[in-house]
Design a protein around this ligand. Structure first.
Ligand SMILES: [Zn+2]
Length: 437
């Protein structure tokens, strides 16, 4: 190979300079590019408890990333290495979880336990036990476990260390990339944008494995903050959302002009410009169906603005935080497919509204549950009808059949379901869920 002088090694790579905050296009100055790229991953720190081996590998990755400005190939290497650290993190976490002992359930025999001092021990043992058709005991469950990435992923989910339905689909994609890195079958080049995303996803995954959700995370977000809000609408179809505080602070003289508006008080994700968690469907709010993207709780209404203010001043409800992942929805199919419903609301339906086929689905967002059920009616789409993870989307099928069967499937996951009976309130205009009875 050609020997390059130090000055050349120290010079910025033209390809790297082509990436700037606005994507490809303008060329950045080397100084700016170095700062800009490092800032992209500066805030993804690991939580305190993370195993030393995983932590060292991750910090090395962040160090090397900075050199991408000098050598574009570094971005591909960073991406590849991140995927190997994915597996290392699972192994390290497994060793902490098992505390030096792993237990297998052997067919027609008592459980057997083995002492393990390294992950190599685990892998050797898992391999032997697989051949005896034995399964790894994980809490109250048993799973097939071969010690490879596939088995580790199943273990982490069964042990409850990883959560979320959309994140599961992302783990699946990561695992496929990981297998590509371990067994490369062709040429691939990563960009700084791709490398940043992989490093950020990896940081979220490691932190979640060690019990720490990521504030504003993409894969394992921390619970979202909800505030008290007032939704209002008039007969002309205009809708508004405002913080409850604005109503209390306003002059009551303004109430007169608002006489034509109906108001409801809810607990909802506040609208924050630029936030990735704005509820695009807030104006679809309906007490019967889950037509908003994030959980929105009905508190009061409908009524006039003055009545809403009186209620707010008297009750002083407060915000909270909510985990929107892994929710359970019931989808009713009666003449047509209806929007997803909370099990607690479905449990309170009168007998004559329990007709049709019902599907119990676990998903992060109602639209995910709906799209899955709609797709499962057509075999060619690849959506499954059998209980378990859907191979075509991020939904998990819990069960389907009659109303009672679907509600039982929901209760098997959630525990006993408390009936919630709410007054029938919905905002009139609808873009995303127009088809409601
Ligand atoms: Zn599906």
């Amino acid at each position: 190979m050609e020997i390059r002088p130090l000055a050349e090694l120290r010079a910025a790579d033209d390809l790297s300079l082509a990436f700037n905050p606005y994507g490809l296009g303008g060329r950045m100055q080397p100084e700016e590019a170095a700062k800009f790229q490092q800032r992209q991953i500066a805030d993804c720190d690991l939580t305190a408890g993370v195993a030393a081996g995983t932590r060292d590998s991750f910090e090395r990755l962040r160090t090397v990333f900075a050199y991408g400005v000098l050598c574009y190939d570094v971005y591909t290497i960073v991406g590849d290495q991140a995927l190997l650290i994915y597996e290392q993190a699972l192994r390290d976490r497994f060793m902490e979880w098992c505390g030096g002992t792993i237990t297998f359930r052997v067919p027609q025999a008592p459980d057997v336990s083995y002492t393990v001092t390294s992950y190599d021990d685990v892998k050797r043992r898992a391999d032997r036990m697989m051949r005896q058709r034995a399964k790894l005991v994980v809490g109250t469950h048993v799973i097939e476990f071969n010690g490879m990435l596939h088995g580790l992923r199943r273990w982490a989910r069964t042990a409850g260390l990883l959560r979320g339905r959309r994140s599961r689909a992302a783990e699946e994609a990561l695992a496929k990339l990981r297998n590509h890195v371990a067994h490369p079958s062709g040429h691939h080049v990563d960009t700084p944008v791709g490398a940043v995303r992989t490093v950020r996803d990896l940081a979220e995954l490691i932190n979640q494995l060690w019990g720490q959700a990521t504030p504003d995370g993409r894969l394992y977000p921390a619970p979202l903050h909800r505030e008290i809000a007032v939704l209002s609408w008039n007969s002309a179809g205009r809708t508004r959302m405002e913080p409850a505080g604005a109503l209390i602070a306003a002059d009551s003289m303004e109430d007169q002009e608002d006489d034509e508006y109906q108001h409801v008080v809810v607990r909802a994700i506040p609208f924050i410009p630029g936030s990735r968690w704005n509820d695009e469907h807030w104006a679809e709010f309906d007490t019967r169906y889950e037509t908003t993207q994030f959980p929105t709780d009905y508190l009061w209404g409908p009524g006039t603005r003055a009545e809403a203010r009186t209620w707010l001043e008297h009750e002083r409800p407060e915000g909270d935080s909510v985990d929107f992942t892994d929710r359970v929805f019931l989808v009713q199919d009666h003449e047509r497919l209806l929007p997803p419903m909370r099990p607690a609301v479905a449990a309170g339906l009168p007998d004559n509204e329990r007709v049709g086929i019902w599907h119990a689905v676990r998903a992060d967002l109602p639209e995910d549950a709906f799209v899955h059920v709609r797709g499962s009616g057509d075999h060619s789409t690849g959506h499954t009808r059998r209980p378990g993870d859907c191979p075509a989307c991020s939904a998990e099928v819990l069960g389907s059949g009659s109303y009672d069967e679907a509600l039982r499937a929901a209760a098997a996951t959630l525990g006993p379901i408390q009936v919630v009976q709410l007054p029938s309130v919905r905002l009139p205009s609808s873009t995303f869920w127009p088809d409601r009875p």
